[in-house]
Design a protein around this ligand. Structure first.
Ligand code: ADP
Ligand code: MG
Length: 462
């Protein structure tokens, strides 16, 4: 292997070393040297950090209004929920990173997608580094993709993969996964930051020059995804993440970044024996079934992309020790600490000596602040040991001053809740239908402006 072409560069100070060292010889920082191909980051010879070449001319400029604005051509994959997160379909020359826990369904979804594209006449190449060709074939039979014409390449060496891609020029190529691919130019092990970054950069360059749409599969590692997809997010056009509890059958695919479409749009799938099937009306899948209402449970109407969804928020407040615990699953822990402080200060609900656990049911991750009110009501319900009434929903952001702020698109949320048979809502005043305007049938709405008011409403409902 050509070992002399690589160089180790410190991510702190930019200092270099011809071989790997635990400590940077320039700045003394530990574990900061990352391997690079020499030349890709050659020493600068001017103050802008770039090299001048006597042969380099000045590049031509264009006036913005004179550049022809061509709309991006997209090819739908034929899997509606995937097309929804992609913003309509795959884009020629676009690079998509798809991340998620092992076993969540990345390979399954992509195999289904490339097969659908191949059937629609787009040449597809599936590069597998994790599994053998036989294993991929076995999966395709299980998914019912008989007679699939998708080309499979079992290879992990970048240079060979690029050469094959260049020779065959498929419309779409899937690299499963980027962590298994390695370049000969580097001595680092496959899966290391250096390898993952270098290989992804080469594949991105190939996509841009050839017009092949490239999909990179990346694992999120438990240890904060250091060598995982995170280091690639800025390089690619679209970043999709799989969410969901591997123990339940539902999976969400969320767009975190999309240069060709809306972010935070989600696709909802159910894992079945025959692969991932889109769920067209997913608003009620994250509700657990209680015959009678139980303390500590509140249904939140959240907005995922453009779709309102109902998610059960559960809280358990229990006697804690000298340093009580605050734990959250699917919700932000810092936000939970803040909400507990607001509850104490403005509504007189004290949890100082209690353990507080909150959970969003179904492994879904909720990042919008409109979950605040539901979380606070679930906590007080658990603390008091009193359930909320049957058919109860809530949403709204709560500020540090105890004010309840409106959530975006409140009317849509309320209509979706009414459609699913919910009958009582506590919501921000600004989200409630105005006096004189049309009411939402079947839904009694209690508008609130402050957290104390929300607590009063709930007590009156007992
Ligand atoms: N025979 C089967 N029947 C139903 N589901 C299966 C079967 N085999 C595997 N699966 C599902 O497929 C998932 C593996 O998906 P896969 O696409 O390989 O995940 P990833 O590529 O994200 O690691 C498993 O977690 C399981 O839910
Ligand atoms: Mg896989």
């Amino acid at each position: 292997m050509a070992k002399d072409k690589s160089l180790f560069v410190c991510s702190e100070c930019g200092g270099t070393s011809p071989k790997w060292l635990g400590k940077c010889p320039s700045c003394g920082a530990w574990n900061t040297l990352i391997e690079q191909v020499a030349g890709s980051n050659a020493p600068a010879n001017n103050r802008f950090g770039t090299q001048f070449s006597p042969l380099a001319g000045v590049s031509e400029l264009a006036t913005l209004s004179e550049i022809e604005a061509t709309d991006i051509a997209r090819t739908p994959t034929g899997i509606d929920e995937l097309d929804r997160v992609l913003g309509g379909g795959i884009v020629s020359g676009g690079v998509t990173l798809i991340g998620g826990d092992p076993g969540i369904g990345k390979s399954t979804l992509l195999l289904q997608a490339v097969d659908a594209l191949q059937r629609a006449g787009q040449n597809a190449l599936y590069v597998t580094g994790e599994e053998s060709g036989a294993q991929v074939a076995l999966r395709s039979r299980r998914l019912g993709l008989d007679h699939s014409q998708v080309q499979v390449l079992a290879e992990i060496q970048l240079e060979k993969i690029i050469a094959t891609l260049d020779a065959t020029r498929p419309a779409i190529a899937v690299i499963d996964s980027i962590q298994t691919v390695y370049s000969d130019q580097l001595t680092s092990a496959p899966g290391s930051v250096a390898q993952v970054r270098e290989c992804a950069a080469h594949l991105t360059r190939f996509a841009k020059t050839s017009g092949t749409a490239v999909v990179l599969v990346g694992h999120v590692t438990k240890e904060g995804a250091l060598a995982g997809p995170r280091v690639l997010e800025h390089m690619v056009d679209t970043v999709l993440y799989f969410e969901g509890d591997t123990h339940s059958s539902f999976r969400l695919v969320r767009a975190i970044k999309n240069r060709f479409g809306a972010v935070n749009e989600i696709g909802v799938f159910a894992m079945t024996e025959r692969g991932l099937k889109g769920v067209a009306n997913p608003s009620a899948i994250f509700l657990s079934q209680h015959a009678e209402p139980v303390p500590g449970s509140v249904v939140l109407v959240t907005l995922e992309g453009t779709r309102p969804m109902l998610v059960e928020i559960q809280a358990l407040v229990d006697n804690g020790g000298p340093s009580p615990r605050r734990l959250s699953v699917g919700l932000d822990r810092d936000r939970l600490a803040m909400l507990l402080a607001v509850l104490h200060r403005h509504a007189g609900v004290a949890c100082m000596d209690q353990d507080v656990f909150v959970n969003a049911v179904g492994g879904v991750r909720i990042s919008e602040p409109a979950a605040d009110l539901a979380v606070m009501l679930a906590i007080t319900s658990s603390l008091r040991g009193k359930p909320l009434p049957k058919g109860f929903i809530a949403f709204g952001e709560v500020g540090l001053a105890g004010e309840v702020r409106p959530a975006p698109r409140g009317q849509e949320r309320l209509r979706e809740a009414a459609k699913l048979g919910f009958s009582i809502a506590v919501v921000p005043k600004a989200n409630a239908p105005r006096k004189g305007s049309k009411e939402i049938e079947g839904l009694t709405i209690h508008p609130v402006e402050r957290i104390e008011e929300a607590m009063d409403v709930v007590r009156r409902l007992d």
